[in-house]
Design a binder for this molecule. Structure first.
Ligand SMILES: Cc1cn([C@H]2C[C@H](O)[C@@H](COP(=O)(O)OP(=O)(O)OP(=O)(O)O)O2)c(=O)[nH]c1=O
Length: 201
């Protein structure tokens, strides 16, 4: 990661359709000039390990968005990993139920890979967090599925929603689990010349 001198007049582009990422940026006073969601194929490669997968997808997202001069792009990918198994966003409630039963009573890892791009320069990091989910009963899983909160969430749950009641312990970055590890994202933006500590707010 190399540092560039901070410059004014740069515009922040959020390369993500995730409202969580927009809210997390707002938490540190960053409001993107524009949101440009990337369109990429998120299918894991055969035998691909979760961390390598998250990193690859974040970089592919960062390369898929077109940028103008003076723009700094932020993209991320959040992946839930149970051992070597990659859990993306469930296609339907049945898949979400399968994920939740697999995660029940166990520790898993949430990896969020962040990629920042300016021109053809890239800055990238992955942040891993260990998450313990309590043992879930069928009524608990069914009540959670009925909330619809699993939709669009890696692993079929969101720690910041009702599923917070299922998570007694994490070790790592709460904002990373929600979708954008703020300390690391701010560091990458700063390295890319976009002052991330209020100067642009
Ligand atoms: C594990 C977990 C995931 N998530 C969300 C964050 C991400 O939005 C989503 C994982 O999907 P991603 O593919 O990382 O992101 P996305 O499809 O929502 O948006 P885009 O690709 O345009 O950037 O899961 C939570 O909100 N809370 C959680 O606790």
């Amino acid at each position: 990661m190399s540092a560039l001198p901070p410059e004014t007049g740069l515009r922040l582009i959020l390369g993500s359709a995730s409202p969580r990422r927009r809210d997390l940026l707002a938490q540190i006073g960053l409001v993107p000039h524009e949101v440009r969601p990337p369109e990429i194929d998120e299918t894991p490669a055969r035998g691909e390990l979760p961390r390598a997968y998250a990193r690859r997808i974040a970089l592919e997202k960062a390369r898929a968005v077109s940028l103008d001069e003076g723009e700094v792009l932020l993209c991320a990918d959040t992946t839930v990993a149970l051992g070597r198994r990659i859990m993306g966003k469930p296609a339907d409630a049945a898949e979400a139920a399968r994920f939740l039963h697999l995660l029940s009573g166990r520790r898993h890892t949430v990896i969020t890979a962040v990629a920042v791009r300016r021109g053809d320069r890239l800055w990238q990091r992955e942040v891993e967090t260990a998450v313990k989910m309590k043992r879930l009963s069928n009524p608990e899983v069914n009540a959670y599925l009925a909330t619809g909160d699993w939709q669009g969430k890696a692993g079929g749950y969101a720690i910041q929603g009702p599923a917070g009641a299922f998570i007694p312990w994490i070790n790592g970055s709460f904002t990373g689990v929600v979708g954008l590890p703020l300390a690391e994202a701010a560091g990458l933006l700063t390295a890319a010349g976009y002052p991330a500590y209020g100067e642009n707010a």
